[in-house]
Design a protein around this ligand. Sequence first.
Ligand code: PLP
Length: 494
Amino acid sequence: MGIYTSTRSDIETSISKAIVKGIADDGGLFVPKNINDLKLDYKSLVGKSYKEIAFAVFRLFFDDFSDEEIRYCIDGAYTDSFKTSEVVEISKVANFYELELYHGPTCAFKDVALQFLPFSMQVSKKKNDIDSKVMILTATSGDTGKAALEGFKNIDGIDITVFYPKGKVSDIQEKQMVSTDGKNTHVASINGNFDDCQRIVKDIFADKEVEKELADKGIILSSANSINISRLLPQVVYYVYSYIKLLERNEIEEDELINFTVPTGNFGNILAGLYAKRIGVPINKLICASNSNNVLTEFLKTGVYDRNREFYKTISPSMDILVSSNVERLIYEIAAHKQMGVSKKMEDLKTSGRYELCEHCTASMKEDFYADYTTDEQCLEEIKNTLINDHKLIDTHTACASSVYRRYVEETGDSTKTVVVSTASPYKFSKDVLRALVDEIPANEYECIKKLNEISKEEIPSSIAELQNKEVKHNTNLNIDEALNYVLALAEGK
Ligand SMILES: *Cc1c(COP(=O)(O)O)cnc(C)c1O
């Protein structure tokens, strides 16, 4: 049985094997072999809860999971650690809707998938009789690390280690990570930058001797980053959910097309939108919003992917990416499942940093997507205008998206109802959000949070409000060349 394949060669596998492996042996990413065969009867979901809608969506995708196993994962993931009973919320802002995905334990949208992934990994291990302990290694520039720690903490049979660059994440992000409890969590700051952290993890994954040494101890390595198929699929659910809720509220009619605007980095979130469209949600355009690192804007407009360009550090750091890994899955869809073609393009990307789609593929991609980008100045302007005109405080990533949406409407005149996907609580990026509103910015991030609260009257999420007084549980600091021994020592302790 198997409805999954690799983007790079014609193999067949099941969801549980794809989840445990993370990445295919040929270096490709796991994808549904033929997503057009999966059809969701969305009309039957009217009146259902988030969890029930999640079940209907996962039933399509989790081929070798039983109904009970799917329910176990959903119930494990979506608990009261989400501050709203329905996991996500949809609010109306001026002439669009905002899908708030930031009510999870770490206040960013990655919680929706990272709360689910650990349970699905646990079930997948069991289904494939894998007794080994799994060691998750993750490098983070800030957001992913904490979301992964919260997702994996206290999950039996799995350990998680996070590396972050010392002094290069925000005070809030650092405190979120080092205050994590749980008996299986490890956090170390690295004297280096994010690329160093990522290289540490990649080198350990590629080291055959380390692999053997760990295997002898009954340990296998895995990763929590967004190439795992089980990080992608939970994101399909909230596209379906949004449509159902707009229908229930009589904001749209049955089969009416809607748009989504998505602040995009690794292309995972917006790709889940494409999957939702493929399984039958009436979606017109997926509007891809980038920041000044606008490699995706060019790609979706022209079919040319070119990473040979300056890298900008922006105020929407989770979108500061030049190689968006999930684009590989997009090409598999667009290029009619021709794996040879995908392989060749990924090879070109590696060797020359560039590849090009054929005219036909580019045209077909433009039927689904529109793309544009937002500068830091436009982003700050958007935050300010949204608070003044719409009385809503938004974060820097969401501001990129709503700014792009406004320009999309100006350019195209498209009046299709649109959902702007909101990916983080504004309090996670307090300093820059505050910069949009006042001239004097306190140096201390907690002061920024307080001030932002005074100005906006928007409630501070409890996990952020409590942070200042939380005990530090992890204080390991390592030089780059000490990281491998640290991991081996952790393995020894198991
Ligand atoms: C990760 C992240 C994004 C980008 O999402 P992708 O799935 O990588 O495209 C956008 N906003 C925030 C706040 C994020 O944490």
